[in-house]
Design a protein around this ligand. Structure first.
Ligand SMILES: C[S@@+](CC[C@H](N)C(=O)[O-])C[C@H]1O[C@@H](n2cnc3c(N)ncnc32)[C@H](O)[C@@H]1O
Length: 215
């Protein structure tokens, strides 16, 4: 697949996929989007003592990298599972220059399917799987990072059925965070049973993002 590295406005890099005319992150700042949407508004909003995180779309591993750093900083154990249909090679991911590169390498060189402990506070399980057909166990996660390509590029990932599956997969009090604040997405989340909040986006980035909670 043709895929190119491009700079974003906060100085961090992202990937551009010409076939989809889509980036892996916001061009207004890959690092600031990942940190704000997923770590600050998602993980840190979870009341779970040892949150089980599900990422939809492992991609470059940037969200996993920032989550690992946050787990070690906070001392809160995070068990991180990530679905990915089309994995990048470690070389493609390392070329993005995300730091610390030894951790980025460990994330990408970790085996698929099995859970591995990467530090006392962070375990990773990468699953090579299709979100749209994945069979989730009920209440198996506390936080969802919903980081699919945008709804107009990949509508099959932003459906009532998909959000209903995530609702069932979350524990009570569970949190889903996404960068997309479209009204149609908010309504689909509400239809699945979530309570939704529009929150300010990252500095210099999108105006609003979405967080959804299961009661
Ligand atoms: C917006 S990018 C991911 C960004 C990623 N979280 C990161 O930090 O780099 C969307 C990701 O979803 C993956 N993807 C696309 N369709 C998928 C599917 N049906 N199931 C699982 N992953 C999928 C893509 O390959 C891509 O890596």
């Amino acid at each position: 697949m043709d895929i190119r590295i491009e700079p974003t406005a906060d100085g961090s890099a992202t990937l551009y996929v010409p076939a989809l005319d889509e980036h892996y992150h916001s061009v207004k700042g890959a690092l600031s989007e990942s940190r704000h949407v997923f770590v600050d508004m998602g993980l840190r909003a979870s009341p779970a003592a040892a949150p089980r995180v599900l990422e939809v779309g492992f991609g470059t591993g940037l969200n996993a990298l920032l989550t690992w750093l946050e787990a070690d900083r906070s001392g809160r154990l995070v068990r991180y599972a990530a679905l990915e249909l089309c994995p990048l090679s470690p070389a493609q991911a390392l070329a993005l220059g995300y730091e610390p590169s030894d951790r980025l390498r460990a994330l990408h060189e970790a085996p698929w399917e099995e859970a591995v402990s990467l530090s006392p506070c962070f375990t990773l399980q990468k699953l090579r799987a299709d979100f749209t057909t994945f069979a989730f166990a009920p209440s198996s996660f506390d936080v969802v990072y919903f980081d699919a390509f945008a709804p107009d590029k990949q509508p099959a990932l932003w459906t009532a059925e998909g959000f209903a599956a995530l609702y069932a997969a979350l524990s009570p009090g569970g949190v889903l965070a996404t960068y997309c604040a479209k009204g149609s997405v908010r309504r689909l989340l509400q239809q699945a049973g979530f309570l939704t909040e529009r929150l300010p986006g990252p500095p210099g980035g999108k105006r609003e993002i979405l967080r959804a909670r299961k009661n």
